[in-house]
Design a protein around this ligand. Structure first.
Ligand SMILES: [Zn+2]
Length: 155
């Protein structure tokens, strides 16, 4: 699955966001058609199928291209499927756990041994926690004293 086009029209402005000129297939140049269907996206290393995702498909070579809004849509649907499968906390539930304990993102990230940006990405819904990390978050939420235990471990 390709998200960027290889060719850029002459004189087009350089932009950070890849764009698809005039809905032409980057593979063969035929006009792409709007479709909805099953697409796949890896989430935490697992292949997740998301149904009914809008995308552009080439009728000639069957190349699939996503516009930026469609790529966001696919990601959201794949995350929802993954969250349902493992019964994961939603992004706002993670934020609520942290806020109830009066912690900043940096403070909770340190206690859970997370990378600097991981917690903020969970809370913004840009990535999804693994099932193992979800268990840890539920322990912090549901088991009194678990934060104190983590604080002693953090030294
Ligand atoms: Zn094509």
């Amino acid at each position: 699955m390709k998200k960027t086009s290889r060719k850029r029209p002459a004189g087009a402005r350089e932009t950070a966001v890849p764009c698809l000129p005039a809905d032409a297939c980057p593979g063969c140049g035929a006009m792409m058609r709007e479709r909805r269907g099953l697409l796949h996206l890896p989430v935490n290393g697992e292949d997740v199928a998301a149904p009914d995702v809008p995308h552009l498909r080439c009728p000639r070579c069957h190349e699939v291209v996503l516009r930026m809004d469609q790529a966001r849509d696919l990601r959201q649907r794949a995350f929802e499927t993954y969250r349902r499968k493992y019964r994961l906390l939603a992004a706002d539930e993670i934020r609520a756990i942290r806020e109830r304990h009066g912690l900043t993102q940096a403070q909770l990230a340190r206690l859970l041994r997370l990378g600097a940006n991981t917690l903020s990405r969970w809370e913004a819904g840009r990535i999804v926690q693994t099932a193992a990390m979800d268990v840890l978050l539920r322990l912090v939420r549901d088991v009194p004293g678990s934060l104190d235990y983590l604080r002693r471990g953090a030294g």
